[in-house]
Design a protein around this ligand. Structure first.
Ligand SMILES: [Zn+2]
Length: 40
């Protein structure tokens, strides 16, 4: 489960757009999958 960065609604991770505020939420999924995000 991920949260919409725009309105805070909880969305399923396969959502490309928030059904609540209609903003693009694909970027938050990319952030989770991006390698090297766990900086030591
Ligand atoms: Zn939203």
């Amino acid at each position: 489960m991920v949260k919409c960065p725009h309105c805070g609604k909880e969305l399923t991770e396969n959502e490309m757009y928030c059904w609540n505020c209609e903003n693009d939420v694909s970027d938050i999924k990319n952030e989770r999958e991006k390698p090297g995000s766990e900086d030591s």
